[in-house]
Design a protein around this ligand. Structure first.
Ligand SMILES: [Zn+2]
Length: 467
């Protein structure tokens, strides 16, 4: 055959490689979930604070579709569900617990730095890739949902939802908003030009600066445009920020009102504030804020106000002991350690004041890539202060409420997501057992898919472990 001499001839001389290929294909999307029937489970109910023995859980399409006492028929009959055989799992040896919820993490503070400051000042692209490891580690810790309080993007939420990378469900608020000289201002003190202030972006993957009502409106709207589900602001000083005093009040009430109004008008869940002091909490509430992060120095009166206004509290207590112990004692600056001692001491009383006043207290850790082990250590710290059922409630139903997913996450009821753990120990009796991952956490399921397992007969469909 003679060689072709024109493009028209070439087009007719060849055949298309795959004419039916869907160009919009996302090849990483997993197939539909296998239907499961968990038999004779010891179902952990964090709302009632009890274990329901001998329970069947029917899972299909990533949801819990039926919860009922296990019957003889459950054990003997073969079931099909939407054309698939239902796989039965004998759960009689395990406590089946809802997947855990951490309401305060930073997925964009990543591995590879000897200091906390370095962990969140990598080039943005580097941080994005490395954050995949942080997310993987959180899921491996038993956290099937996290709320990021500064740094995560909609891409993190989508990538984990679609199982492009293994990770928990991510509720994100974009970069946290800070005034100049506030907790989110990472500009070096010697930097006169404040060069990194251009476009309102501080020199950090975690923070964004805005000053004055117009900039606050714009920054809040920009975060919402990028798919934020909540917004985070800073209303008092912090440990990691060099020059702001703990007792400093950050943003004016008018600036806070601007941000909380945008959040409300654009359909966000709430605005939450980094804040340590009681005065800072009152200042935040005056600006319409409905969540407080850390809150260590809260007093009984302020706790009462939070309870009346329905303001959530997310303490992060483990951090304060962690940064005093090797190897993390090199993580903070000497001045950071001085501030840490003050808030660490107050935090032990603060969480009790909040629980006693009836505040909805959530589980938070401030976990980053290099501090992944701290995420479950928070259970050990809280176990020394509060009863186990209270702490489990914080890490399940209270967290679900704060992210606007009550009844869908944090408990295993009909219609909730099939996010669950198989545990050897009852967390209602020993909440600190959740820190002993290797001996206690036998299986993690997220969205009806096994993502980690130490049980030979149950292999992970989407593995969240490093090896
Ligand atoms: Zn934080």
């Amino acid at each position: 055959m003679a060689p072709v001499t024109s493009f028209e001839e070439l087009k007719t001389a060849i055949y298309p490689p795959n004419p039916t290929y869907d160009i919009a294909d996302r090849p990483w999307l997993p197939p539909t979930q296998k239907p499961y029937l968990l038999l004779n489970a010891n179902l952990v109910d964090p709302r009632a604070g009890v274990v329901h023995k001998g329970t069947s859980l029917h899972l299909a399409g990533g949801k819990v579709v039926r919860v009922a006492p296990t019957t003889a028929q459950d054990l003997t009959t073969e079931f099909r569900c939407a054309g698939q055989m239902v796989e039965k799992i004998d759960a009689s040896k395990y406590f089946v617990c809802p997947g855990l919820i951490d309401c305060h993490v930073h997925v964009m503070a990543v591995h590879g730095s000897a200091t906390l400051h370095g962990a969140f000042t990598f080039p943005h692209e580097t941080a994005i890739f490395r954050s995949a490891g942080t997310l993987r580690g959180m899921l491996s810790n038993g956290f099937t949902t996290v709320r990021d309080t500064g740094g995560a993007t909609i891409a993190h939420a989508q990538a984990t939802e679609e199982f492009l990378i293994p990770g928990p469900r991510v509720f994100q608020g974009g970069r946290m908003l800070s005034q100049t000289g506030g907790h989110g201002d990472d500009t070096e003190v010697w930097n006169d030009s404040h060069c990194c202030r251009s476009n309102g972006i501080a020199n950090s993957a975690l923070g964004r600066l805005c000053d004055g009502v117009p900039e606050c409106l714009q920054a809040a709207r920009d975060n919402m445009r990028k798919g934020a589900q909540h917004l985070k602001v800073c209303t008092s000083g912090g440990i990691a920020s060099a020059t702001d005093k703990l007792e400093s009040l950050q943003f004016t009430v008018e600036e806070l009102q601007a941000i909380t109004t945008v959040n409300k008008n654009m359909g966000g869940t709430l605005v939450t504030a980094h804040c340590y002091t009681a005065e800072g909490i009152r200042h935040a509430i005056a600006g319409g804020v409905r969540g407080i992060e850390h809150g260590n120095m809260i007093d009984p009166e302020t706790a009462q106000l939070m309870a009346e206004k329905g303001v959530f509290l997310t303490p992060t207590l483990a951090l304060h002991t962690f940064v005093t112990m090797p190897p993390y004692d090199k993580f903070e600056t000497p001045d950071g350690l001085r501030k840490n001692a003050i808030v660490g001491d107050a935090g032990i009383r603060g969480i009790r004041h909040a629980e006693e006043a009836g505040v909805t207290v959530c589980y938070g850790t401030d976990t980053t890539g290099p501090t992944l082990v701290m995420q479950t250590y928070e259970f050990v710290v809280r176990s020394k202060i509060l009863p186990s059922p209270a702490v489990l409630r914080q890490a399940t139903i209270n967290g679900a409420k704060q992210v606007g997913m009550e009844g869908k996450l944090g408990e295993l009821v009909e219609g909730s997501f099939a996010d669950l753990l198989f545990l050897n120990k009852n967390p209602l009796e020993d909440i600190a057992s959740l820190d002993r991952i290797n001996e206690n956490l036998m299986m993690v399921m997220k969205d009806g898919r096994i993502v980690k397992s130490q049980i030979d007969s149950l292999r992970p469909e989407r593995n969240c472990e490093w090896n």
